[in-house]
Write a protein of this length. Structure first.
Length: 319
């Protein structure tokens, strides 16, 4: 079974998102990968996906796992000319405009992306959504058949991201590259109210007495950075367990966040988990186990098994 992952950026140079997911999956399975190139959006988002599509047809892969705009071109290839197509969906474009205020260019880009993503998702043989929130949005916004959607949470390298024995709980950490989307302002408000020092990783800013901006950090250095803090604080507008949340949990940090699918129910709108429990939960999402589940899905689709029409998934690992 020949497998190829199609992503929007180089998995071995990108610092986060789906490219990182593919990088970790490939450690535990044999697969090729291809990604969109070009500095300009028109080339990367419009031209290159169709170049990739031609390359994939010539290579005659059995399973092609597509993500976002990188897979748009391949989704137009007739079924008799291509392999089985599986969408790895980390989010939907329909909720992007609901979370941040868009510029005129971003509105045009989002309008186009919604239509292309909807077509790609519904032409795929199967869809892997990384949380129930995304699954529900696919059904609601795109009319995707629930029978062909399966929730597969992201993972974490629990050997690289380890717990440190001693830590200062009053030092908090926030990790991301989009302060508006990940509500950095609310994190700052919370840490100041609770008299905590905050490390902001992934963006630039002016340091203050209680906030230190660390800019972008290579993924291989992140375990060391997480262990400089004692508490991970982030308030996302969705209930999805993000990659950085899982990494912080694997490092045994205390967690302060909103309602999240893999965590205990929140109290008064805030979910708080101590470090020992967060590490225990993270161990259930090691990349080795996540990759095995991916492979089982690939085999099922390749063998043309009919997926079951299950009700909304209640993950067995929810605490």
């Amino acid at each position: 079974m020949k497998i190829c992952h199609v992503v929007s950026a180089d998995p071995y140079k990108h610092l986060g998102g789906t490219p990182i997911v593919v990088k970790h999956l490939r450690k535990h399975m044999k697969s090729d990968y291809v990604y969109c190139r070009g500095k300009f959006f028109f080339i990367r988002g419009f031209i290159y996906p169709f170049i990739i599509a031609i390359w994939l047809v010539l290579k005659r892969y059995d399973i092609v796992v597509v993500h976002d705009q990188a897979g748009y071109g391949y989704s137009f290839v007739p079924k008799f000319m291509r392999g089985k197509m599986i969408a790895m969906c980390q989010g939907v474009w329909t909720d992007f405009g609901e979370m941040v205020r868009l510029t005129r260019f971003q509105r045009v880009k989002t309008w186009f992306a919604i239509r292309m993503q909807r077509g790609m998702i519904n032409r795929c043989e199967y869809v892997m959504a990384y949380c129930n929130y995304v699954r529900d949005r696919l059904i609601k916004d795109y009319g995707t058949d629930p029978a062909k959607i399966e929730v597969v949470y992201n993972g974490v390298d629990t050997k690289a991201f380890k717990s440190k024995v001693s830590r200062n709980k009053k030092i908090a950490i926030w990790v991301g590259d989009n302060p508006k989307l990940k509500n950095l302002d609310r994190t700052i408000e919370y840490t100041r109210k609770n008299k905590m020092r905050l490390l902001v990783v992934g963006v630039n800013g002016k340091n203050t007495q209680d906030i230190i901006y660390m800019d972008k950090v290579g993924h291989e250095k992140m375990p060391e950075v997480y262990n400089k803090a004692g508490t991970f604080v982030m308030f996302l507008d969705v209930s999805a367990p993000s990659l950085v949340l899982l990494e912080a949990m694997a490092c045994g940090l205390n967690i302060v966040t909103k309602e999240t699918e893999i965590l205990p129910p929140p109290k008064h709108g805030v979910c708080k988990v101590d470090g020992k429990l967060s590490r225990k939960i993270a161990l259930k999402f090691d990349w080795k186990d996540v990759a095995e589940r991916h492979l089982n899905i690939y085999k099922k689709v390749f063998e043309r098994e009919q997926p079951k029409n299950d009700d909304k998934i209640q993950h067995k690992n929810r605490i």
